[in-house]
Design a protein around this ligand. Structure first.
Ligand SMILES: Cc1ncc(COP(=O)(O)O)c(C=O)c1O
Length: 347
């Protein structure tokens, strides 16, 4: 079997997570919003899950809003703020190397008349807090910049973005889909107002994620899915107990450091001519490498027929440089020789 080294795109569900989800699929399937004791049982399990996830980022359980994943969480954060300003419109600051779900949300808002500034990274994929500060306008209401870049693994200085935001009375949202559980996060220390996370990047199930919303009970965030008042009215829909329990179990059982895979990969790569992209502060399990020539790529691929990603999963079907690679200045020729090899994540 081909070796799977595309864990930044998705991880398998761990056995602990599978086991924990099982009883909530068939035995205890009651709607957690109903008013009988089976419902109470499910509601309690959800509450416990909320506590585990909140604890991981230094938040309050009530500040965790479950969504279908990070894409929905990102949509809720950005549209949820923007839609408060439908009449006067507002200005949003983000970066040119966000995940497509952020960029396409911002493009959509631009079509509605909102203003968006896309900060460009330097050649290492780093976004400068100074550039963020410089981009602030009188009507800026939101700064949204990711924590770890999904293609490069670059770790962004999110505390510094948080500081810029708080100093200017602007909300700060971060897409932590690639960093949650893998790096320390404290929403208070880092001045984060909203944070998106996803289950299937941490050995949890697909179809579940969450948006942390500071002071969610008094939040002005406009919901995207109106429903029966679930998730403090911020996200309607019957709460998926198995997925929520699965997400919390993934957090509890997230594996501790294992350097073997990294040493193995470094050993393999040392036989090839390549440069690693993404600068100096990179998530240790993401390797974005540009091989020296197409011939080198061929040799690497022949001796290592792995499942890896070219540019990013979203761009795998197209033959053009991904928006991230072109933002850091790679030519199309270099992008064609560039691959993301992502190892099983750990902390
Ligand atoms: C940085 C980042 N944001 C958002 C997403 C989307 O997450 P989800 O699949 O949970 O919607 C991903 C995953 O592809 C990601 O890497």
């Amino acid at each position: 079997m081909n070796k799977y080294f595309d864990y930044a795109a998705s991880t398998p569900v761990s056995s602990e997570v599978m086991e924990a989800m099982k009883p909530w699929q068939s035995e205890s399937f009651a709607n957690p919003s109903a008013s009988h004791h089976e419902a109470d049982k499910a509601a309690k399990a959800i509450q416990q899950a909320r506590e585990i996830i909140a604890d991981k980022i230094g938040a309050m359980p009530s500040e965790i809003i479950f969504t279908s994943g990070a894409s929905e969480a990102n949509n809720l954060a950005i549209k949820g703020v923007a839609f408060q300003f439908l009449n006067e419109k507002c200005h949003i600051i983000t970066s040119s190397i966000e995940h497509k779900c952020i960029l396409n949300t911002c493009n959509f808002l631009e079509q509605l008349g909102f203003e968006v500034t896309y900060i460009k990274p330097n050649s290492n994929g780093l976004i400068s807090p100074y550039a963020v500060k410089e981009a602030i306008q009188e009507n800026t209401k939101l700064i949204s910049i990711h924590h770890v870049n999904n293609e490069l693994g670059t770790i962004q200085p999110i505390s510094e973005f948080g500081e810029v935001a708080i100093d200017n009375d602007i909300l700060f949202h971060t897409d932590a889909a690639q960093s949650f559980c893998k790096l320390d996060i404290d929403v208070d220390d880092m001045d984060i107002d909203m944070l998106s996370l996803s289950g299937h990047k941490i050995y949890g199930p697909k179809g579940i994620g969450a948006l942390y919303v500071r002071d969610s009970r008094s939040s002005d965030l406009v919901p995207l899915i109106h429903g029966g008042g679930q998730e403090l009215g911020l996200r309607g829909g019957t709460s998926p107990t198995p997925l929520i329990v699965g997400l919390a179990t993934a957090v509890e059982f997230f594996p501790k450091g294992d350097l073997d895979a990294i040493e193995f990969l470094q050993g393999v790569l040392s036989k090839h001519a390549y440069v690693r992209n993404g600068g100096f502060e990179i998530l240790p399990t993401i390797f974005n490498v540009t091989f020296s020539s197409l011939e080198e790529v061929k040799i690497f691929k022949e001796s290592n027929p792995w499942l890896i990603s070219q540019g990013s999963a979203c761009n795998a079907m197209s033959n053009i440089a991904s928006h991230v690679l072109s933002s850091i200045g790679l030519t199309e020729d270099e992008a064609r020789r560039t691959y993301r090899i992502s190892l099983p994540p750990f902390k």
